[in-house]
Design a protein around this ligand. Structure first.
Ligand code: C2O
Ligand code: CU
Ligand code: CU
Length: 477
């Protein structure tokens, strides 16, 4: 079966929003698609690997003419890709060379909160550093690092901070997926920006429902071209936009296969011609260009706008059928006797709330015991005619989507996720389990909604082990 629709409810696509800024085809010359370098360890000592990640100000040639002032992790824009392997103990030296406080949030990583997780309680002040360490304890997947300082996440991401994280493990390594980074396995970080005399101006483009830009960028490149040298290419697609949804398809209607969602490999490959990602969601897909010949060009589109091209070169014929079954995801055993946790995303613009409240750094909104599997009903009370999709994200865990308004989840939602787009008027039931202690955020991942306060925090606790948390206040930021 090949799916040919976007699954989400069309009436609440972002393009129906009054403040929607449509993408325009950028009239700038094509350029090779930027592929962020893989971050090199400072040191490897047995099972201990040491990395340094520096957030800094820089500049990037994005448009012809003056370079654009951009922020990045190690690189001038976005950041070096961090490759992590299950079971390895990482020591990360975080450095802030920005003129303001930031944090380094590992979106999708199962690490303790709030410090290693890097949410708003883990500031790194300008000129300062922080050292964290963790043992990678989750399956192969695509995650990302982005800043999370309250309430400046949106602006800092807009300025350029976002890096791909590639998690590998031995199980995924056995699957017939492309995995030669930069050659047949590439990140596709989708963002949109505006330029004012070639510069970013977050204030000018601010919108309470999320900043939108009229140009699409892939990995920081406008009109990028990727030279295809293998029959199959694996894309690790990340919606790294503040607000924009991406409705992806290829210009010739070419089919592709989704093999992974946020939290890793899907139980079964999902063949499709259209893929929609809401903010912060990831999808890994394999494109098979077996029906193409050298010189052919395939264009990746969102709605009717071309965003990058694949130029087909010479490749060695390699017809590979994906197995019908990729991995087994054990259905979670819901802990008996616990009520369903209900959490409500409501409003738009300055009215956005989570459970009727605005975020408070000092308030723990909920608690959940480590190891318990709890049903959560995530509700979006917007109405269908004039509402929007709110992408719901949780730190510190990967969850399973069980149903949407009582019906089956979308065909590509049968794997682990940490972000789920919730349609207007919809209740999405998920199964949530924490395995590590900590205080974690959960929030709408439209970054301006998050900054406004559509965010709350949960403590994952172990009754036999007490942890004290220093919840910082706004004036410590
Ligand atoms: Cu992408 Cu609170 O995070
Ligand atoms: Cu996160
Ligand atoms: Cu929202």
């Amino acid at each position: 079966q090949v799916y040919t629709d976007y699954f989400f409810d069309e009436p609440v696509f972002d393009l129906h929003d009054g403040g929607y800024i449509p993408l325009e085809k950028a009239e700038v010359p094509e350029k090779p698609l930027h592929i962020p370098a893989a971050l090199k360890p400072d040191k490897v000592d047995g099972n201990d690997v040491y990395y340094t990640i520096t957030a800094h100000e820089s500049e990037t040639q994005i448009l012809p003419g003056a370079k654009t002032k951009t922020w990045g992790y190690n690189e001038s824009i976005l950041g070096t890709t961090v490759v992590l392997k299950k079971g390895v103990h990482y020591h990360v030296h975080l450095v802030n060379e920005l003129p303001e406080v930031t944090t380094f949030h590992w979106h999708g990583l199962n690490v303790t909160g709030p410090i290693v997780d890097g949410g708003p309680h883990a500031p790194v002040y300008p000129g300062g550093t922080r050292d964290i360490d963790f043992t990678l304890d989750q399956p192969a997947q695509t995650d990302w690092i982005h800043p999370h300082p309250c309430p400046n996440t949106a602006r800092q991401v807009w300025n350029g901070l976002a890096a791909a994280v590639v998690v590998t493990d031995d199980e995924e390594a056995k699957l017939p997926f492309p995995r030669n980074y930069g050659v047949d396995d590439i990140p596709i970080i989708l963002q949109d920006r505006n330029y004012h005399e070639n510069q970013l101006d977050y204030k000018a483009d601010y919108d309470m429902d999320g900043a939108l830009g009229k140009y699409a960028l892939v990995n920081g490149t406008i009109n990028g071209v990727f030279n295809v040298t293998t029959q199959r290419v694996r894309l690790r697609i990340l919606n790294g936009a503040n607000r924009r949804e991406w409705r992806l398809h290829l210009d010739d209607g070419h089919e592709f296969t989704q093999i992974a969602s946020d939290g890793g490999t899907l139980p079964e490959p999902v063949r499709m011609t259209k893929l929609m990602l809401t903010c912060a969601e990831r999808a890994e897909v394999i494109l098979d260009f077996g029906d193409k010949k050298p010189g052919d060009v395939v264009t990746l589109m969102t709605d009717n706008i071309p965003i990058m091209k694949f130029k087909i070169g010479d490749f060695k014929r390699e017809d590979i059928e994906l197995p019908e079954h990729l991995t087994t995801i054990a259905a979670p055993k819901v802990t008996p006797g616990l009520p369903v946790t209900r959490t409500v995303m409501s409003g738009m613009d300055d009215k956005v709330r989570l459970d009727g409240k605005l975020f408070d750094m000092q308030r723990i909104d909920r608690k959940q015991k480590i190891g318990d599997t709890v049903l959560w009903d995530v509700v979006n009370t917007n109405d269908m005619d004039s509402g929007m999709i709110h992408p719901f994200h949780m730190h510190g865990c990967q969850f399973l989507v069980l149903s949407r308004n009582g019906k089956a989840p979308y065909p590509n939602e049968h794997g682990w996720k940490d972000t789920v787009g919730v349609n207007a008027g919809e209740t999405v039931r998920i199964a949530v389990q924490f395995t590590k202690f900590g205080v974690y955020m959960y929030h709408c991942h439209i970054l301006e909604h998050e900054d406004t306060g559509m965010m709350a925090q949960i403590e994952a606790y172990d009754p036999n082990e007490k942890h004290e948390y220093h919840l910082i206040s706004m004036d410590e930021m």
